[in-house]
Ligand binder design. Sequence first.
Ligand SMILES: [Ca+2]
Ligand SMILES: [Ca+2]
Length: 233
Amino acid sequence: MNPRVFSVCFIVASTLPTTAFSQSFVSQYKGSPYHDTRYSGGPQRIPGKVLCAHYDLGGEGVAYYDTDPKNHGSGELNPADGSYLNEFRIHEGVDTSYTKFNRKPDPIDDNPFDKIVPPADLLYVGWTEPGEWFNLTVDVAKSGTYAADFLYTSNRGGTISVDVNGKDATGSLQITTTNDPADPLAWRQWHHWNLASQLFKVRLSKGKNVLTVRILTNGNMNLAYFDFKPVRR
Ligand SMILES: [Ca+2]
Ligand SMILES: [Ca+2]
């Protein structure tokens, strides 16, 4: 082959994949945005808060990977009692719960060791372990760079990452532990909430995108939401 032709072919081949791969990932993806009787669904909107508990429909291996098929929040920690919150996604493998306020004698999520007090009855993904992941289909209003604040608890620190359309977009993100030795209650080390301001920045294209949140190390984190805001230039 003429070396010039070869080098042109090589440049084309090496610049195509990112966009082509993203488009093919989205078009071949079998998951779909979450909805239920209370939540009308549709892709979660960016800018805005993207709720982890509203991870996509599609089940194990498509919309998420969880280490076991049981939901250890809904129907277990939170007994099945007919209520929306206690039975939220009860038959799915991802483990979900919600922030509990005004519990006596020991406050749960509105405790004095919170770095930031979360909203009450906020659904979140918990019982996380390394290797687990879940997908969030989002609708981006405008192409650009977005910064994400992250509402979470972290018993022992750890790392997560976020893919955009099947490709790692953040690398390993260090999650600061919210463990506080001053709390006399061992179980409450899973309930100290914090907001990681601008945990990561990511470039997103207008329209439908699929985010994959991955638990890389340690687990034992509760993931509530990522709040995406446009980065002003
Ligand atoms: Ca599970
Ligand atoms: Ca889990």
